[in-house]
Design a protein around this ligand. Sequence first.
Ligand code: HEC
Length: 219
Amino acid sequence: MRFSPFNRFAAVIIVFGGVVTLCGIAALAQTQPARQAQRQTPAIANVGRTPTAEEMAAVDRTVGTTGKELPPGRGTAKEGAAIYARKCAYCHGQNMEGVRQMAGTGALIGGPRLAGAGPPTWAAPASGIKFFAFVTTVFDYIYRAMPPYQPYSLQPDEAYALTAYILFKNDLIREDTVMDRETLPKVEMPNRHSFIPDKLEDIPDIEKRGCYKTYGVCP
Ligand code: HEC
Protein backbone atom coordinates (compact mmCIF):
# COMPACT_ATOMS: atom_id res chain seq x y z
CA MET A 1 0.00 0.00 0.00
CA ARG A 2 1.30 3.44 -0.85
CA PHE A 3 0.93 6.42 1.47
CA SER A 4 -0.13 9.68 -0.01
CA PRO A 5 1.91 12.62 1.33
CA PHE A 6 -1.03 13.49 3.51
CA ASN A 7 -1.30 9.98 4.94
CA ARG A 8 2.42 9.90 5.64
CA PHE A 9 2.13 13.20 7.50
CA ALA A 10 -0.79 11.86 9.50
CA ALA A 11 1.17 8.71 10.38
CA VAL A 12 4.08 10.80 11.67
CA ILE A 13 1.69 12.85 13.79
CA ILE A 14 0.07 9.71 15.20
CA VAL A 15 3.42 8.08 16.04
CA PHE A 16 4.72 11.32 17.52
CA GLY A 17 1.56 11.75 19.54
CA GLY A 18 1.88 8.20 20.84
CA VAL A 19 5.45 8.79 21.99
CA VAL A 20 4.45 12.03 23.74
CA THR A 21 1.57 10.24 25.47
CA LEU A 22 3.85 7.38 26.60
CA CYS A 23 6.34 9.88 27.99
CA GLY A 24 3.54 11.65 29.80
CA ILE A 25 2.34 8.40 31.35
CA ALA A 26 5.90 7.51 32.37
CA ALA A 27 6.34 10.94 33.95
CA LEU A 28 3.06 10.63 35.82
CA ALA A 29 3.99 7.16 36.99
CA GLN A 30 7.15 8.53 38.58
CA THR A 31 6.69 9.32 42.23
CA GLN A 32 7.29 12.82 43.57
CA PRO A 33 10.41 11.96 45.71
CA ALA A 34 11.97 10.06 42.82
CA ARG A 35 11.53 13.06 40.56
CA GLN A 36 13.05 15.34 43.19
CA ALA A 37 16.02 13.02 43.62
CA GLN A 38 16.54 12.95 39.87
CA ARG A 39 16.57 16.72 39.74
CA GLN A 40 19.25 16.85 42.45
CA THR A 41 21.50 14.17 41.01
CA PRO A 42 22.05 14.77 37.29
CA ALA A 43 23.12 11.74 35.29
CA ILE A 44 26.93 11.84 35.26
CA ALA A 45 27.64 8.30 34.19
CA ASN A 46 30.57 7.81 31.82
CA VAL A 47 32.03 11.24 32.57
CA GLY A 48 35.72 11.49 33.46
CA ARG A 49 38.03 8.64 34.49
CA THR A 50 40.08 7.48 37.44
CA PRO A 51 43.25 9.59 37.68
CA THR A 52 46.58 7.82 37.26
CA ALA A 53 49.07 7.55 40.13
CA GLU A 54 51.24 10.23 38.45
CA GLU A 55 48.29 12.62 38.15
CA MET A 56 47.40 12.12 41.80
CA ALA A 57 51.02 12.66 42.86
CA ALA A 58 51.03 16.00 41.04
CA VAL A 59 48.15 17.34 43.15
CA ASP A 60 48.54 15.39 46.38
CA ARG A 61 51.55 16.53 48.37
CA THR A 62 50.38 15.24 51.72
CA VAL A 63 53.19 13.85 53.84
CA GLY A 64 52.12 11.71 56.78
CA THR A 65 53.89 11.12 60.08
CA THR A 66 56.05 8.24 58.85
CA GLY A 67 57.40 10.35 56.02
CA LYS A 68 56.97 7.61 53.41
CA GLU A 69 55.35 10.12 51.02
CA LEU A 70 58.33 12.52 51.20
CA PRO A 71 59.41 13.57 47.69
CA PRO A 72 62.95 13.06 46.39
CA GLY A 73 65.12 16.09 47.06
CA ARG A 74 67.50 17.59 49.60
CA GLY A 75 68.45 20.79 51.38
CA THR A 76 70.49 22.29 54.20
CA ALA A 77 69.89 25.15 56.63
CA LYS A 78 72.41 27.32 54.76
CA GLU A 79 70.50 26.95 51.50
CA GLY A 80 67.26 27.49 53.39
CA ALA A 81 68.45 30.81 54.86
CA ALA A 82 68.69 32.40 51.41
CA ILE A 83 65.25 31.17 50.36
CA TYR A 84 63.79 32.22 53.70
CA ALA A 85 65.09 35.78 53.28
CA ARG A 86 63.32 36.05 49.91
CA LYS A 87 60.08 34.20 50.48
CA CYS A 88 59.32 34.09 54.19
CA ALA A 89 61.08 36.79 56.21
CA TYR A 90 58.63 39.59 55.47
CA CYS A 91 55.89 37.62 57.24
CA HIS A 92 57.87 35.64 59.81
CA GLY A 93 60.60 38.20 60.58
CA GLN A 94 64.30 38.40 59.63
CA ASN A 95 65.17 36.24 62.61
CA MET A 96 61.96 34.15 62.70
CA GLU A 97 60.66 36.36 65.51
CA GLY A 98 57.30 36.77 63.75
CA VAL A 99 55.61 39.84 62.30
CA ARG A 100 52.67 41.39 64.06
CA GLN A 101 49.56 41.60 61.94
CA MET A 102 47.98 44.99 62.53
CA ALA A 103 44.60 44.36 64.14
CA GLY A 104 41.67 45.77 62.19
CA THR A 105 43.71 46.94 59.21
CA GLY A 106 43.06 43.86 57.11
CA ALA A 107 46.79 43.76 56.40
CA LEU A 108 47.82 40.55 54.64
CA ILE A 109 51.37 40.65 55.94
CA GLY A 110 52.10 38.98 59.22
CA GLY A 111 53.00 35.54 60.51
CA PRO A 112 53.76 33.74 63.74
CA ARG A 113 57.15 33.31 65.37
CA LEU A 114 58.98 30.27 63.99
CA ALA A 115 61.93 30.21 66.41
CA GLY A 116 63.05 31.69 69.70
CA ALA A 117 61.06 32.63 72.77
CA GLY A 118 58.93 35.69 73.35
CA PRO A 119 55.40 37.05 73.30
CA PRO A 120 53.06 35.98 70.49
CA THR A 121 53.46 38.16 67.44
CA TRP A 122 50.43 37.16 65.49
CA ALA A 123 46.70 37.33 66.15
CA ALA A 124 46.24 33.54 66.04
CA PRO A 125 47.62 31.55 68.96
CA ALA A 126 50.56 30.07 67.06
CA SER A 127 51.87 26.87 68.52
CA GLY A 128 55.52 27.13 67.47
CA ILE A 129 57.57 24.54 65.63
CA LYS A 130 58.78 22.88 68.80
CA PHE A 131 55.19 22.03 69.66
CA PHE A 132 54.79 19.82 66.58
CA ALA A 133 54.95 16.13 67.50
CA PHE A 134 56.34 15.04 64.13
CA VAL A 135 59.07 16.68 62.06
CA THR A 136 57.32 15.48 58.91
CA THR A 137 54.40 17.78 59.80
CA VAL A 138 56.74 20.78 59.68
CA PHE A 139 57.80 19.78 56.17
CA ASP A 140 54.24 18.97 55.13
CA TYR A 141 52.95 22.34 56.37
CA ILE A 142 55.61 24.32 54.54
CA TYR A 143 55.50 22.23 51.34
CA ARG A 144 51.73 22.48 51.04
CA ALA A 145 50.72 25.77 52.63
CA MET A 146 53.52 28.34 52.52
CA PRO A 147 53.64 31.09 51.41
CA PRO A 148 49.90 31.31 52.14
CA TYR A 149 48.98 33.01 48.87
CA GLN A 150 51.13 30.64 46.76
CA PRO A 151 50.46 27.17 48.13
CA TYR A 152 52.13 24.29 46.22
CA SER A 153 54.65 26.74 44.75
CA LEU A 154 57.75 25.43 46.58
CA GLN A 155 60.00 22.84 44.94
CA PRO A 156 60.96 19.80 47.07
CA ASP A 157 64.56 21.07 47.46
CA GLU A 158 63.27 24.42 48.71
CA ALA A 159 60.94 22.74 51.21
CA TYR A 160 63.78 20.54 52.52
CA ALA A 161 66.11 23.54 52.82
CA LEU A 162 63.49 25.71 54.56
CA THR A 163 62.58 22.90 56.96
CA ALA A 164 66.30 22.42 57.69
CA TYR A 165 66.73 26.15 58.35
CA ILE A 166 63.76 26.30 60.74
CA LEU A 167 64.91 23.14 62.56
CA PHE A 168 68.42 24.59 62.83
CA LYS A 169 67.09 27.87 64.26
CA ASN A 170 65.21 25.79 66.84
CA ASP A 171 68.43 23.94 67.81
CA LEU A 172 67.08 20.63 66.53
CA ILE A 173 69.72 19.92 63.84
CA ARG A 174 73.15 21.24 62.90
CA GLU A 175 73.62 23.90 60.24
CA ASP A 176 75.23 21.47 57.80
CA THR A 177 72.88 18.52 58.33
CA VAL A 178 71.40 17.50 54.98
CA MET A 179 67.65 16.99 55.08
CA ASP A 180 66.21 14.47 52.63
CA ARG A 181 63.63 11.69 52.67
CA GLU A 182 65.99 9.46 54.68
CA THR A 183 67.34 11.91 57.26
CA LEU A 184 64.32 14.14 57.87
CA PRO A 185 62.00 11.54 59.50
CA LYS A 186 64.83 10.62 61.91
CA VAL A 187 64.72 14.05 63.60
CA GLU A 188 62.89 13.55 66.89
CA MET A 189 60.77 16.49 68.03
CA PRO A 190 61.01 17.50 71.71
CA ASN A 191 57.24 17.31 72.07
CA ARG A 192 56.97 13.85 70.47
CA HIS A 193 55.72 12.06 73.58
CA SER A 194 53.69 14.85 75.13
CA PHE A 195 50.49 14.15 73.23
CA ILE A 196 47.92 11.82 74.75
CA PRO A 197 46.25 9.12 72.67
CA ASP A 198 42.68 9.51 71.43
CA LYS A 199 41.47 6.73 73.67
CA LEU A 200 41.94 7.16 77.38
CA GLU A 201 42.16 3.37 77.75
CA ASP A 202 45.50 3.58 75.94
CA ILE A 203 46.97 5.39 78.95
CA PRO A 204 47.51 2.75 81.60
CA ASP A 205 48.58 5.21 84.30
CA ILE A 206 45.39 6.51 85.88
CA GLU A 207 47.01 9.74 87.07
CA LYS A 208 48.26 10.54 83.60
CA ARG A 209 44.68 10.28 82.43
CA GLY A 210 44.04 13.37 84.52
CA CYS A 211 41.87 11.54 87.00
CA TYR A 212 42.28 13.02 90.42
CA LYS A 213 40.03 12.21 93.36
CA THR A 214 39.30 15.92 93.91
CA TYR A 215 37.45 16.07 90.58
CA GLY A 216 35.18 13.14 91.27
CA VAL A 217 35.23 9.40 91.27
CA CYS A 218 38.12 7.65 89.56
CA PRO A 219 37.38 4.35 87.84
C1 HEC B 1 52.05 36.47 53.61
C2 HEC B 1 52.61 36.09 54.87
C3 HEC B 1 53.40 34.79 54.98
C4 HEC B 1 54.45 34.36 54.21
C5 HEC B 1 55.09 35.05 53.01
C6 HEC B 1 54.87 33.08 54.77
N1 HEC B 1 54.09 32.76 55.84
FE1 HEC B 1 54.29 31.09 57.01
N2 HEC B 1 52.62 31.63 58.04
C7 HEC B 1 51.88 32.79 57.82
C8 HEC B 1 50.72 32.76 58.69
C9 HEC B 1 49.65 33.84 58.73
C10 HEC B 1 50.78 31.56 59.43
C11 HEC B 1 49.78 31.04 60.47
C12 HEC B 1 48.71 30.31 59.75
C13 HEC B 1 47.69 29.76 60.72
O1 HEC B 1 47.98 29.56 61.90
O2 HEC B 1 46.57 29.50 60.24
C14 HEC B 1 52.00 30.89 59.01
C15 HEC B 1 52.43 29.67 59.54
C16 HEC B 1 53.62 29.07 59.22
C17 HEC B 1 54.15 27.90 59.87
C18 HEC B 1 53.49 27.14 61.03
C19 HEC B 1 53.82 27.83 62.32
C20 HEC B 1 53.18 27.20 63.54
O3 HEC B 1 53.75 27.34 64.63
O4 HEC B 1 52.11 26.60 63.43
C21 HEC B 1 55.34 27.60 59.27
C22 HEC B 1 56.28 26.46 59.59
C23 HEC B 1 55.54 28.60 58.23
N3 HEC B 1 54.49 29.48 58.24
C24 HEC B 1 56.63 28.64 57.40
C25 HEC B 1 56.77 29.54 56.33
C26 HEC B 1 57.84 29.48 55.36
C27 HEC B 1 58.96 28.47 55.36
C28 HEC B 1 57.62 30.50 54.48
C29 HEC B 1 58.41 30.87 53.25
C30 HEC B 1 58.34 29.93 52.15
C31 HEC B 1 56.44 31.21 54.91
N4 HEC B 1 55.95 30.59 56.03
C32 HEC B 1 55.91 32.33 54.27
C33 HEC B 1 52.19 33.81 56.96
C34 HEC B 1 53.18 33.77 56.01
